[in-house]
Write a protein that binds this ligand. Structure first.
Ligand code: SF4
Ligand code: FES
Length: 262
């Protein structure tokens, strides 16, 4: 393990700055951040880098990564966009669990030990914390993640009862972060498995009373790499930052495959 330990001088975010009214009032503490680094331009081997940082009670893991990138080592590479749990771009393994870096407060972790950050598993690492999401989105595209309705378009909206809307409400919340799929042991060992996120997004349309392509999606997911690969380990449900009952959705799709094939 390579461990160049460095100290950050600057705050990670405006909330740390005294002029914004935050720095003087929010308690600070020291953390050790360890990040798994990989840069194929320089080495085929991954390594761990380590930094000691002063952070604040309002900071998230994403703020610690920003502090390193902006003030210590600009080559540290990770994705993020919204920084507020909406875009789904900063899923990573934090202390061995898939989480969104922008949703994990440092004060909620055990800061007496190093905080370990790695890329999500099961997808090719491109650089540091960035993985190639193409296999993930390929599965997503295959389940046709869009409404199919073959009847003539009405003059107003297509109406739906509150009960019918409720049927798929949970799975509308997906932000395609891949935390579920990349926490699944079947996905790690079988790169062909559609994975939980694709099934969740199929569920969103299969149980939508306005959609006409449920049978086509169920046929896709009845494939040997479809829903039957699921071993109900619940890793996906535990990993989902949106609180979606992922395993339950997969079970419902399994039942729909069986009921429609009988
Ligand atoms: S189901 Fe949850 S964990 Fe999976 S991609 Fe969607 S938001 Fe992320
Ligand atoms: S940066 Fe958008 S969800 Fe974390």
């Amino acid at each position: 393990m390579s461990t160049p330990t460095k100290e950050a001088a600057e705050p990670a975010s405006k909330i740390d700055m005294k002029e914004s009214g935050g720095g003087g009032e929010v308690p600070s503490f020291e953390i050790t951040l360890q990040v798994r680094r990989y840069d194929p331009e320089f080495s085929d081997e991954a390594r761990w880098d380590e930094w000691k940082l002063t952070m604040y009670g309002t900071d998230r893991v994403l703020d610690a990564l920003h502090k390193v990138k902006w003030n210590i080592d600009g080559s540290l590479t990770f994705r993020r966009s919204c920084a507020h749990g909406v875009c789904g771009s900063d899923a990573m393994r934090i202390n061995g669990r898939n989480r969104l870096a922008c949703k994990v407060l440092l004060k909620d972790l055990d800061t007496s030990k190093p905080i370990m950050v790695e890329p999500i598993k099961g997808l090719p690492v491109e650089k540091d914390l960035i993985v190639d999401m193409e296999p993930f989105f390929q599965s997503y595209r295959e389940i046709m993640p869009f409404m199919v309705n073959n009847s003539p378009a009405p003059t107003a909206e297509r109406l739906q009862s509150p009960e019918d809307r409720e049927r798929f409400d949970d799975t509308t919340k997906c932000i395609l972060c891949a935390a579920c799929t990349s926490s699944c042991p079947v996905f790690w060992t079988d790169g062909q498995y559609f994975g939980p996120a694709a099934i969740v997004n199929a569920h969103r349309f299969i149980f939508d009373s306005r959609d006409d392509a449920g049978d086509m999606r169920l046929e896709v997911l009845n494939d040997k790499e479809g829903v039957w690969r699921c071993r109900t380990t619940f890793n996906c449900t535990d990993a989902c930052p949106r609180g979606i009952e992922v395993t339950k959705a997969i079970q419902e799709v399994k039942r729909a495959v069986l009921s429609r094939s009988m």
